[in-house]
Write a protein that binds this ligand. Structure first.
Ligand SMILES: [Zn+2]
Length: 113
């Protein structure tokens, strides 16, 4: 099993088995990163990785995950941004017994006809 030297922000250099690392590559923008749980302090560590580092880690037997940016990032938005008062109003609405029907009615009224 390949051992890889990585850096924990708290502990400094640590030795990690390739099977305890994960490389993640974003299919949308090709950015890479790797993550592991520090064997010394048990904290989760994530670092950005260049394409070269990604290739080296994968060649060393590190598992690779490909992920996509959330679809919500490309959704069209309308209306004013949500404010803290909106969140408070919603919290108060959730205290009512008929909150679901009232929310459904608000959504129905806001949809284009
Ligand atoms: Zn650590």
């Amino acid at each position: 099993m390949t051992t890889i030297r990585a850096s924990c922000p708290t502990c400094g250099d640590v030795q990690i088995q390739a099977s305890d690392l994960v490389v993640r590559v974003c299919a949308d923008d090709d950015r890479g990163s790797y993550c592991f749980r520090c064997p010394s302090c048990d904290r989760a560590v994530a670092k950005e990785a260049s394409r070269r580092i990604v290739d080296l880690l994968v060649a060393s037997g590190v598992r690779m995950q490909v992920w996509r940016l959330p679809a919500e990032l490309t959704e069209e938005r309308s209306g004013p941004p949500i404010q803290p008062d909106d969140v408070l109003d919603f919290h108060l609405l959730l205290q009512e017994d008929d909150w679901f029907a009232r929310v459904a009615e608000m959504v129905r009224r806001s949809l284009p006809r």
